[in-house]
Design a binder for this molecule. Structure first.
Ligand code: URP
Ligand code: ZN
Ligand code: ZN
Ligand code: ZN
Length: 461
C-alpha cells in the first residue's frame, strides 16, 4: 500500500519546504518536488497544511499503580488518545517495586502493553531499589532496548533514592552509556513541610504547591547535576517546572556538561492559581513538581528557545476527579499525583508558534525530533526523510478547536485545559504507514503499535 501526501509544507527541525511525501508500506519512500507525477494507491491533498513527523511523548504513565489505584488510561486508551493528538510514539515508565527485579518489572510492563497499543511505544525503567543485583540488571535492560533509568530524589519511603544510591546508578550509567533521568525535588525537606501543614490543619490542594517550593526543586536539580559531574553520567531532568531548576541546568550546559531537561505543557500554561481553585477543584491540578506561580512560565519559554529545555513531554498520568482524586479530600498528601495531557501536547505547543514564542521548526524539534535523538530512535523516528518510519502527521495550522473532556479521548473525566481555545488541529495521522486518524475518525487498531527497542543516546550538549 502506498500513499502520496501532496501539496503540503514539510516541516523538519532543520527547515521547511514544499514537497510531496511518498509513503510505501511502513516507511517514507521519497520526498518529491511538487509537480512531478508519482503513482500511489492513495493520494491525500495537504494544501495549506503542514506535514510533520509524528509526535514523540517521552514521558507517560499508562496503568501506573499508585496507592491502591492506578492511572486511568490503559495502554489501549492512552495510545489511542495519543494518536488523536498527533503523537505516534510514547515512552512509558516501567516501575520497579521495592524487592522486585528490573527484568521481572520489564516483563510485567510488556504484558500490559504488548498487543494493546494503537501506536508505537518504548519503555524507561524506574529504579526504586538500588542493589548490586538491580545495578547489574541495568545491562540486561539495555540489551532489551530500555536504556534510560529514572530515579527519584522525592517520595521518601516509596521511590526515593539516597545520594549514595544515585551515585552508584550514575556510575553504572557512565560505564554502560545509559541515561539517568531524575525527578529532582528534595523529598526529605518536602516531607517535613507537608507534615507541618497537615499538623496545622491545612489540607487543601493548594498546600501541595506551597509545601513543595521551587527552591527545593532548584536545590535537588543542582545536586543531581553535581553527582552526574562526579560520575561522568549523562543526566536528563524530567518535568522541570521552576526557574531555579532551569538556572542550574543552564549553568551546567554552559560548561559543556551533558545535562538535558524537559518541561511539560502544564508548567507552560497552568499555574499555582489553578491549584488554588475553590472547592476541591484544585485536586485536578495536583502533580509533582507542582504548578508554579505564573512568573516561571516566561523562563520556561526562554529555555525552550535557547535549548536549555530540549524536550516537552506530558508526564501524562491521569486520575479521575470523581473516584480517584477524591482520595485526598481533607488531606492533600493523599491526592494521586498526576495530570492528563497526552492528547494535547502537539496542539498546546503549536500555540507557542502562534504566539511567536518559538518557530514552527523548533516546535517540531521539541515535540518529535529531539525526543527521538535523545532516546535512541533517530532517524527511524522524529524526521520526515526517506527510510524513516512513516509516522506522519498532516496538521492544519489554521483550524481552531476548544479542548474539553466532552470531546477528548483520554479515559479521564476532566481536562486540565477545559475551554482552552487553540489554533491548529491534527488532520491526518499515519503510524508506520497505517492511516490511524482521518476525516475526524479513528481508523487504527489495537495492537498495531509495536515495541520500539531503543539504541543508546548519542546526543550531546
Ligand atoms: O505527579 C506526577 N508527576 N506523577 C507521575 C509520576 C512522576 O513523578 O513523574
Ligand atoms: Zn517524576
Ligand atoms: Zn512522570
Ligand atoms: Zn474513572
Amino acid at each position: 500500500m502506498s500513499t502520496l501526501i501532496r501539496n503540503g509544507l514539510v516541516i523538519n527541525a532543520t527547515g521547511s519546504h514544499a514537497a510531496d511525501v511518498l509513503i510505501d508500506g511502513e516507511h517514507i519512500a521519497a520526498l518529491v518536488t511538487p509537480g512531478f507525477s508519482v503513482q500511489a494507491d492513495e493520494v491525500i491533498d495537504a494544501a495549506g497544511k503542514y506535514v510533520i513527523p509524528g509526535g514523540i511523548d517521552a514521558h507517560t504513565h499508562m496503568e501506573m499503580p499508585f496507592g491502591g489505584t492506578q492511572s486511568a488510561d490503559t495502554f489501549e486508551t492512552g495510545t489511542t488518545a495519543a494518536a488523536w493528538g498527533g503523537t505516534t510514539t510514547i515512552v512509558d515508565f516501567a516501575v520497579q517495586p521495592k524487592g522486585s527485579s528490573l527484568l521481572s518489572t520489564l516483563d510485567k510492563w510488556h504484558s500490559k502493553a504488548d498487543g494493546n497499543c494503537a501506536v508505537d511505544y518504548g519503555f524507561h525503567m524506574i529504579i526504586s531499589d538500588v542493589t548490586d543485583e538491580s545495578l547489574k540488571e541495568m545491562e540486561s535492560c539495555i540489551a532489551a532496548g530500555v536504556n534510560s533509568f529514572k530515579m527519584f530524589m522525592a517520595y521518601p519511603g516509596v521511590f526515593y533514592a539516597t545520594d549514595g544510591e544515585i551515585l552508584r546508578a550514575m556510575q553504572k550509567a557512565r560505564e554502560t552509556g545509559a541515561t539517568i533521568m531524575m525527578h529532582a525535588e528534595n523529598g526529605i525537606a518536602i516531607d517535613q513541610l507537608v507534615a507541618q501543614a497537615l499538623a496545622s490543619g491545612l489540607g487543601d490542594p493548594v498546600q501541595h504547591g506551597l509545601t513543595r517550593p521551587p527552591e527545593l526543586e532548584g536545590e535537588a536539580t543542582s545536586r543531581a547535576i553535581q553527582l552526574a559531574k562526579v560520575t561522568g553520567s549523562p543526566l536528563y531532568i524530567v518535568h522541570l517546572s521552576a526557574s531555579q531548576a532551569l538556572d542550574a541546568v543552564t549553568a551546567a550546559r554552559d560548561t559543556g556538561q551533558n545535562v538535558f531537561a524537559e518541561t511539560c505543557p502544564q508548567y507552560l500554561y497552568l499555574s499555582l492559581e489553578d491549584l488554588a481553585r475553590p472547592g476541591f477543584e484544585g485536586a485536578k491540578y495536583v502533580a509533582s513538581p507542582p504548578l508554579r506561580p505564573k512568573e516561571h512560565q516566561s523562563s520556561l519559554w526562554r529555555g525552550l528557545r535557547t535549548n536549555d529545555l530540549s524536550v516537552v513531554s506530558t508526564d501524562h498520568c491521569p486520575f479521575c476527579f470523581k473516584d480517584q482524586k477524591q482520595l485526598g479530600v481533607g488531606d492533600f498528601s493523599k491526592i494521586p499525583n498526576g495530570m492528563p495531557g497526552v492528547e494535547h501536547r502537539v496542539d498546546l505547543l503549536h500555540q507557542g508558534v502562534v504566539k511567536g514564542e518559538i518557530t514552527r521548526e523548533r516546535w517540531v524539534e521539541i515535540v518529535s525530533t529531539t525526543p527521538a535523538r535523545m532516546f535512541g530512535m533517530y532517524p527511524r523516528k522524529g524526521v520526515i526523510a526517506p527510510g524513516a518510519d512513516a509516522d506522519v502527521v498532516v496538521y492544519d495550522p489554521k483550524a481552531s478547536q476548544t479542548i474539553s473532556a466532552d470531546t477528548h479521548h483520554m479515559a479521564v473525566d476532566y481536562s486540565a485545559y477545559e475551554g482552552f481555545e487553540v489554533t491548529g488541529k491534527v488532520d491526518t495521522v499515519f503510524s508506520r504507514g497505517r492511516k490511524v486518524i482521518a476525516d475526524g475518525a479513528y481508523h487504527g487498531s489495537t495492537g498495531h503499535g509495536r515495541f520500539v527497542s531503543r539504541d543508546l543516546n548519542q546526543y550531546l550538549v
